[in-house]
Design a protein around this ligand. Structure first.
Ligand code: ATP
Length: 291
């Protein structure tokens, strides 16, 4: 069982400032870190570090940021299915972080939006029954739907974290085995029960420090969070979902269970106790001991 992650890749650039600038104000800042980002990359890196054979297809532009991004990805245990776009800027998140922890984030999505349906579906050419398709909310609805339909034609298993939420997801529910949402997204979608009724196999609702809820036809189970000294919660949701899927895939299961969510909570607790996104995720050695 392999994981095919098709989504976005971004270069995160963090600037540390004393206080966020007012409109029109110019201020000094310190360059914090530059690193891997984008929900597709986040989830693929975590699956790969956990030991799942992971294919990542994420569009990258033909600029200096793209060079940096490819080099960083090549240091991670993922197989990059290259989607290199001519004349398109690599997606970037400019994160401005103030001393009091407040932040402002600007994210571009030219590269992710430029991923056409035909190219995306082509990534699944050698996918087999039992492989997983793992998606996030950054691709167009049309491409997302075409990918899910192609996955089901191949008897693959499908999982999505539909963030950022776009209108129109309801049409996709019958094509999904697993949907992972946070509390706000669950509410916006009418609740986990409504998503299950619409045809999804299992819904996981993450509740931050209050843990998570696994809902399926058999009922609803609450899984507590693992307590942590909070430093930075960015990326906790991606780490959680990818680890839950990794635990499921590595045990050869087709459905999530309590064990998968317990391991995911332990991995996410490590992430929230460190600064950054991918940089804060458990290393291969750390996740190996949890699994
Ligand atoms: P993000 O958008 O920051 O990546 P999210 O909103 O998608 O996160 P959350 O529900 O905030 O997802 O968190 C996902 C999981 O991470 C939780 O279910 C929990 O296991 C873990 N987690 C998040 N916040 C905390 C916390 N304060 N203490 C311990 N664990 C946490």
């Amino acid at each position: 069982m392999r994981a095919f992650v098709i989504g976005n890749a971004a270069l995160d650039e963090i600037f540390e400032v004393d206080a966020l600038p007012r409109p029109g104000q110019s201020i000094f800042g310190r360059t914090g870190t530059r690193g891997l980002g984008g929900k597709g990359v986040n989830q693929a890196v975590m699956l790969g570090r956990a030991g799942v054979t992971t294919i990542l297809a994420a569009p990258i532009g033909d600029d200096a940021r793209g060079v940096t991004l490819r080099a960083a990805l090549d240091r991670e245990p993922v197989r990059r299915h290259p989607i290199d776009l001519d004349g398109v800027a690599t997606d970037t998140s400019i994160i401005v972080r103030a001393a009091d922890g407040d932040n402002t984030i600007i994210t571009t999505r030219e590269a992710a939006s430029a991923l056409g349906t035909e190219t995306a579906v082509g990534v699944l050419a050698d996918a087999e029954a039992g492989d997983w398709l793992v998606l996030q909310g950054n691709l167009s609805l049309e491409t997302t739907e075409a990918l899910l339909a192609a996955a089901k034609d191949r008897d693959m298993l499908t999982a999505i974290n539909p963030s950022p939420l776009q209108p129109g997801y309801a049409a996709l529910w019958p094509l999904l085995d697993v949907v992972v949402v946070n509390e706000g997204e669950a509410e916006a979608l009418g609740g986990a029960a409504a998503v299950l009724r619409a045809g999804v196999g299992q819904v996981v609702t993450t509740l931050g420090g209050a843990g998570s809820l696994l809902s399926d036809a058999a009922g609803s189970y609450a899984i507590p969070a693992v307590s942590a000294d909070i430093v930075d919660t960015t990326g906790a949701g991606d780490c959680f979902m990818a680890t839950a899927l990794a635990s499921t895939i590595l045990r050869g299961r087709r459905t999530l269970d309590e064990q998968a969510l317990e391991v995911a909570a332990a991995a996410a607790a490590i992430t929230v106790s460190r600064s950054g996104t991918v940089a804060a995720f458990p290393t291969a050695a750390e996740i190996g001991t949890l699994l």
